[in-house]
Design a protein around this ligand. Structure first.
Ligand SMILES: Nc1ncnc2c1ncn2[C@@H]1O[C@H](COP(=O)(O)OP(=O)(O)OP(=O)(O)O)[C@@H](O)[C@H]1O
Length: 440
């Protein structure tokens, strides 16, 4: 799989990092204070919205100052022990780490409070306390009350949202390096949608450009959506079927608020419209059916399994088409259909409601649940009804809609001429039975 452009074109040096001049200056002063052996703060917290260059800055700083970067995602609770171990090791200069000159990067510390990882903040504080190496923490939102002890222990450095011109320079450089013709208005459009998030803008550019070799305003308008906006079902489908990368297909199914079962219906309806090749259709349905299995399993066993449902619904269906491997592949424009199943449900709502009340009425008389009445008793009831309609109408106080339902169900049994036998005359000592026999 080709490398994602935001990684491929991640700035290597501080100089290449766009926009964040104040932050760069503060970072340089801080690291130099460390190198002189008199750190003004043991750790800094880089904070700001996603995709503005927090991780990038830390990596560029390490490269510029030839520091070995020790990077870890703080919000992953599995790392709690690693943080503790690191705190132990970081308290000893050089010897265990070996090489002198390290920079410790703990990404996404604001993910910690959400996990209610009580011990993690203390572990980081301990690390900061003991460390003999500079530490950079990053966070999107450092203002959560639970992070206060951390805020007090570090130097806070803010990163601003990227503005239009720096973002445009980043995108233009990539277009040149990838030899892609990009319309200026298209880049402006992408930038407008990305809300100052460079990673988002680069991802969108890659999504439009790859495979087409050019980016026009029209294409951008069709394929790029505003950041943080939830996808409607049509956009989610397009996101899956048009995806060229695994992550695109996966985010199409996770960025929508449509219930996953409902999204499955949408995919189910539209797979044969999107894919022409029968084997592609078969593979897509295979992925969808497995997604459905994992959904049931996740309900029964644990929600961890839900991520496989998304993998199968998104990328599984997106890459069911082998055509996508061809460099010339272009997704077919399809007018996606509303799932018939839902239309049917809407159309038959009245009937289903009447069936529901009918089953309850019968169930009350025979002391059975709705399901049992439906599955075990309804066929027998229909046979009784043919014979004792008037009586049953009255006794069960059937409404016109309920009678209509009985008629409808009765028509399914039309072929069967089953009838009720008259109860036999009661003879002393003989049990009374009622049965029905099939009239041939
Ligand atoms: N200031 C910048 N100059 C140049 N490229 C940038 C800049 N900021 C971000 N990028 C690009 O966006 C990508 C994502 O940036 P990065 O991972 O550093 O963001 P972040 O602020 O750490 O985001 P998050 O909070 O989501 O982790 C980088 O790989 C790089 O390609």
């Amino acid at each position: 799989m080709p490398l994602q452009w935001f990684l491929k074109y991640r700035p290597k040096t501080l100089n290449e990092v766009e926009n964040e001049e104040d932050a760069k200056k503060e970072l340089v002063e801080w690291i130099e204070s460390w190198l002189k052996g008199k750190p003004n703060y043991k750790a800094v917290l880089l904070y700001g919205p996603p995709g503005v260059g927090k991780t990038t800055l830390a990596e560029a700083l390490a490269r510029d100052y030839k520091l070995e970067l020790f990077e870890m995602n703080a919000s992953d609770s599995r790392n709690l022990n690693d943080i503790r171990t690191m705190a132990e090791r970081a308290s000893i200069t050089g010897t265990i780490f070996g090489i002198k000159g390290k920079l410790i990067l703990l990404d996404e510390v604001d993910g910690l409070n959400a996990r209610a990882d009580a011990g993690a903040i203390e572990a980081i504080l301990e690390l900061i306390n003991k460390t003999k190496y500079p530490i950079i923490l990053t966070a999107n939102d450092p203002w959560d009350p639970s992070l206060r002890p951390l805020r007090n222990a570090v130097k806070m450095i803010e990163l601003k949202r990227l503005t239009k011109y720096p973002l445009k320079r980043i995108l233009k450089k990539i277009c040149e390096a990838e030899k892609i013709t990009c319309e200026d208005e298209a880049l402006d459009f992408i930038i407008e949608q990305s809300e100052g998030d460079a990673r988002y803008a680069i991802n969108m550019l890659q999504g439009v450009a790859e495979g087409y070799g050019r980016v026009t305003l029209d294409m951008a308008k069709n394929l790029v959506r505003r950041k943080d906006r939830e996808l409607d079902p049509f956009e989610a489908l397009r996101g899956v079927f048009w995806a060229k990368y695994y992550w695109q297909a996966k985010s199409a199914v996770t960025d929508t608020q449509i219930d996953y079962e409902l999204l499955m219906r949408w995919l189910d309806e539209n797979i044969p419209l999107q894919y022409d090749n029968l084997e592609d259709v078969w593979r897509a349905y295979d992925a969808l059916s497995r997604a459905s299995l994992f959904l049931t399993r996740s309900k029964l066993v644990g929600w961890d399994l839900l991520s496989y449902t998304f993998d199968l619904m998104g990328p599984g269906i997106a890459f069911a088409s082998l055509e996508k491997k061809k460099p010339t592949y272009k997704a077919k424009w399809v007018k996606y259909q509303f799932p018939q199943y839902i239309q049917q449900l809407a159309k038959t709502k009245e009937i289903r409601d009447a069936l529901d009340t009918l089953l309850r009425k019968i169930g009350q008389v025979i002391h059975a649940s709705k399901d049992k009445t439906l599955n075990d008793f309804l066929p027998t009831f229909i046979i009784y009804y043919r014979k004792y309609q008037e009586k049953l109408d009255k006794e069960l106080e059937l409404t016109e809609k309920e009678k209509e339902v009985i008629k409808l169900i009765s028509s399914f049994y039309e072929g069967s001429k089953a009838e009720i036998e008259e109860p036999e005359k009661k003879e002393p000592g003989k049990r009374r039975t009622t049965s029905y026999r099939r009239k041939s």
